[in-house]
Ligand binder design. Structure first.
Ligand SMILES: N[C@@H](CCC[C@H](N)C(=O)O)C(=O)O
Length: 324
């Protein structure tokens, strides 16, 4: 089985093209593979945040399908950082620079963007559809939407917004001390365990406003835990940054989004029909080409895996240190 170890802002994945396998893996096998291979201690070469599964799409005008299997084996409806790396993979396979990719709920636009630096490839991907309605998350609170409001059951002092893009996000704007403090993990582990409010779990982000049109986003992901970055969370946080800014941060403005693994840029759009969507622009880095025996991988044995690094990670790290 051939895999590519990829990352967007160090949110890392194994990219698996199912169309290259003799027999495609079943959903049960994908789940078992993710649990074993992504494990940070016993998994393949330090594990990963999940597996990006590429397949053919039946939809017209679409180059391929992306499925996202979280490290705990659950399936997510979308992954913004992952979509950039899948976009890069499909561009190489089909030789097109602008196309659509099928995801669980929508066919999303993907476009090659200018390199961030020599040998640091970048892609621009669409994040949509957006909804604030409780039933789309799903969120069980006694209200239809939650926008910048207190929820004493979560925290006595923080205000939250809940939005699906279309995977579910809970966002709070906080000061620097709170961003780095223990509250994010406390709230997120509660809401991703058995709880009456988010029975399917939720990605939880704390956001700090920086100078100008810049924010820092720290995310605890459903099905993963703390990640270096979450593309859909950074997109959802940018939407709330614009919506709660009282027109100080307009639509169609480039927003700089920092995260523990690097940075992305976002742009928040609103269509004539009132619907929101976001552009997410950032790196799509291929770290290594990996070959592993399928039976070994399913058994969690990675001792014979072949790991051939590309030379991209050095350039990525140089790029990140140049902007810090
Ligand atoms: N890292 C992703 C989001 C992955 C899915 C998430 N864990 C979920 O279950 O919704 C991103 O870059 O958006």
């Amino acid at each position: 089985m051939q895999l590519i170890k990829v990352h967007g802002s160090e949110n890392d994945f194994f990219l698996l093209d199912q169309t290259k396998l003799e027999v495609a893996l079943s959903d049960k096998q994908l789940k078992e593979l993710a649990i074993k291979m992504c494990n940070r201690i016993t998994g393949l070469h330090g594990g990963s945040d999940g597996i990006l599964v590429v397949d053919h799409s039946e939809h017209s005008g679409v180059l391929g399908q992306m499925r996202v299997i979280n490290a705990d084996g659950t399936e997510a409806s979308m992954c913004g950082n992952g979509l950039r790396t899948v976009g890069r993979y499909l561009e190489k396979e089909y030789g097109q620079t602008t196309f659509k990719v099928e995801t669980m709920h929508a066919d999303l636009k993907v476009e090659k963007a200018p390199d961030l630096k020599s040998n640091v490839a970048a892609y621009n991907v669409e994040i949509s559809p957006v909804s604030f309605m409780s039933e789309t998350l799903p969120m069980f609170l006694d209200r239809e939407t939650l926008v910048d409001d207190y929820v004493p059951e979560f925290s006595k002092t923080l205000k939250f917004s809940a939005v699906s893009v279309p995977n579910p996000h809970l966002i709070a704007f906080v000061d620097h001390e709170t961003l780095e403090g223990p509250e994010l993990e406390k709230i997120a582990t509660y809401l991703n365990g058995e709880n009456p409010y988010f029975p399917d779990g939720v990605n939880v982000s704390f956001v700090e406003k920086l100078d100008g049109h810049s924010i820092f986003v720290r995310t605890y992901e459903r099905g993963v835990g703390f990640t270096n970055a979450c593309g859909t969370a950074m997109s959802a946080s940018s939407l709330m940054f614009v919506m709660l800014s009282d027109k100080q941060v307009p639509f169609e403005t480039e927003i700089n989004v920092r995260n523990p693994g690097g940075m992305v840029k976002t742009v928040v759009h609103q269509n004539d029909n009132g619907e929101y969507w976001m552009s997410l622009i950032g790196n799509a880095t291929n770290v290594a080409n990996v070959t592993v025996d399928l039976a070994d991988a399913m058994n969690g044995d990675y001792s014979h895996a072949k790991w051939v690094p590309t030379n991209e990670q050095e350039n990525y790290l140089e790029f990140i240190s140049s902007i810090r």
